[in-house]
Design a protein around this ligand. Structure first.
Ligand code: SF4
Length: 377
C-alpha cells in the first residue's frame, strides 16, 4: 500500500442517552449525565496524547446523543476539540442530535463554536413506530428541528429506520415523503436490525416481536430510493441520499479509505494503517483515561492487502463504484488481483456491473450488498 497520509478528519463519540432504545447496541450509557464532567475531562486527556494540533477538514460528534450534554459542557467539548483539531476553512463539522434537544440556545452555541451540520435521529414520523422504537420525540419536533437548523444556517441530515415490526409499505412511504417535505438536505435510511445485546433481540427470540418479511424489506428499500430520487436526491451510497451538493464529506472519508482520528468510549480510529478501538464501556474508558492509562481495547495493523480489500468494499458501497485505475494507483493492488473470481461470479448473477473501467453495484446488488462484502474480505 502506498504511504498513508496524515488524517484530515476526526470523530468524537459522546455516549450519553436519556434511555437505551430497544433496538440499540451502540456504546452508550443511559441516565448517567452525572458523568458528563468526567467525560469532557477524559476527552481533554485523551486528545492531549496527540502531542500537537492536527488540522482537519471534517469533524463529527456522534453517539449516543451529543446533545444530551449540558450546554456549557458541550461548548467546552467543542472548544477542546477545536484546540486539538483546528478546523480548516470550509471544514464540515457535524453533530448528531435528538430532535427534542434542538433549541435556539443549543444551535446558537453550536454555530458560535463552528458547527455547521446537524444529523437528526428522526427515525420515523409515525407515532406508533416511534413509540415501538422507544424514541422520545414526535413528528412535529422533527420538522421544527429541521426548521431551526435552516434558520441558523446549519445543514441538516435526517436518519430514518425502515422495517420496524408491523410496518407497512404505505406507512414507510409516508415517512419518506415527510422526510422530503421537511426540506432536509440529506437523508440516511437503515433497515432495522436485531442485534445481540439489544432489548429487541430478546423480544425477537421470545416471540414478542417479529421481523418484517424479507420481500417487504426489499420493497421498502426500493421505495426509499425511488421516492428520494424522484424528489431530487442523489443516491450516493448504499444507505445515503443527498440533495445536489449536500453529501456528507465526513462519511466519504470513511468510504474513500483515508484515515481519521477518534476519541471517546468505543471510538474507532484508523491512523497510518493501524485500526484501534477504545473500550466500549464508558465507566472503564473514564477510569482508564483519568488514571493516565490508554483507553485502547483493540489494536490491529492491517496488511497492505487487507487494507486494499477493505477499500474495495467501502468503494463498492458508493453508487458510483470503484474506478479500476484509480483504485490500483491508491492501493497498489488491481481489483483482479484481489477478487477476479468474485467479480466474475457477481457480474454473472447481475449483482455487479463491470464496464472494464469501473465496477459498481447494480440495483439488484444494492438489495443484498451486505451479503456480498464478506466474499471480498
Ligand atoms: S438515541 Fe440513538 S444511540 Fe441513544 S440509545 Fe437510542 S438509538 Fe442508541
Amino acid at each position: 500500500m502506498p504511504g498513508h497520509a496524515e488524517p484530515r478528519s476526526a470523530y468524537l463519540h459522546v455516549p450519553f442517552c436519556a434511555h437505551r432504545c430497544g433496538y440499540c447496541n451502540f456504546a452508550v450509557i443511559a441516565g448517567r449525565e452525572d458523568l458528563a464532567g468526567d467525560y469532557v475531562r477524559a476527552i481533554e486527556a485523551e486528545l492531549a496524547s496527540l502531542g500537537r494540533p492536527r488540522p482537519v477538514e471534517t469533524l463529527y460528534f456522534g453517539g449516543g446523543t451529543p446533545t444530551r450534554l449540558p450546554l456549557e459542557l458541550l461548548e467546552r467539548l467543542c472548544q477542546v476539540t477545536r484546540g486539538w483539531f483546528p478546523p480548516e476553512p470550509g471544514c464540515e463539522w457535524t453533530v448528531e442530535a435528538n430532535p427534542v434537544d434542538v433549541t435556539q440556545d443549543l444551535l446558537a452555541v453550536l454555530v458560535s463554536c463552528g458547527v455547521n451540520r446537524l444529523s437528526l435521529g428522526g427515525q420515523s414520523f409515525q407515532p406508533g413506530k416511534l413509540s415501538l422504537l422507544e424514541r422520545d420525540h414526535d413528528a412535529g419536533q422533527i420538522a421544527r428541528a429541521v426548521d431551526l437548523c435552516q434558520e441558523h444556517g446549519l445543514e441538516c441530515s435526517l436518519d430514518l429506520i425502515f422495517a420496524a415490526p408491523g410496518e407497512t409499505l404505505r406507512a414507510w412511504r409516508g415517512d419518506v415523503d415527510q422526510a422530503i417535505a421537511t426540506g432536509a438536505g440529506h437523508v440516511s435510511t437503515y433497515g432495522l436490525t436485531f442485534e445481540k445485546g439489544a432489548a429487541f433481540w430478546s423480544r425477537l427470540v421470545g416471540g414478542d416481536l417479529a421481523e418484517v418479511d424479507e420481500d417487504l424489506q426489499r420493497e421498502m428499500y426500493l421505495a426509499a430510493i425511488d421516492g428520494l430520487c424522484e424528489a431530487g436526491f442523489e443516491h450516493y451510497e448504499v444507505s445515503n441520499f443527498a440533495r445536489p451538493g449536500r453529501r456528507s464529506r465526513h462519511n466519504q472519508v470513511y468510504w474513500s479509505g483515508a484515515g481519521w482520528y477518534a476519541a471517546g468510549p468505543g471510538a474507532a480510529r484508523y491512523v497510518d494503517g493501524v485500526r484501534e478501538t477504545n473500550h466500549q464501556s464508558t465507566t472503564t474508558y473514564l477510569r482508564r483515561v483519568l488514571a493516565g492509562e490508554s483507553p485502547v481495547a483493540f489494536r490491529e495493523e492491517l496488511t497492505a492487502e487487507q487494507e486494499a480489500r477493505e477499500q474495495l468494499v467501502f468503494g463498492l458501497r458508493r453508487i458510483e463504484g470503484v474506478e479500476r485505475s484509480e483504485f490500483a494507483e491508491r492501493t497498489g493492488f488491481s481489483i483482479d488481483q484481489l477478487a477476479a473470481g468474485q467479480v466474475d461470479r457477481f457480474c454473472e448473477l447481475g449483482l455487479l456491473e463491470d464496464t472494464k473501467d469501473r465496477l459498481r453495484l447494480t440495483r439488484e446488488g444494492l438489495l443484498i450488498s451486505d451479503a456480498l462484502w464478506p466474499e471480498f474480505l
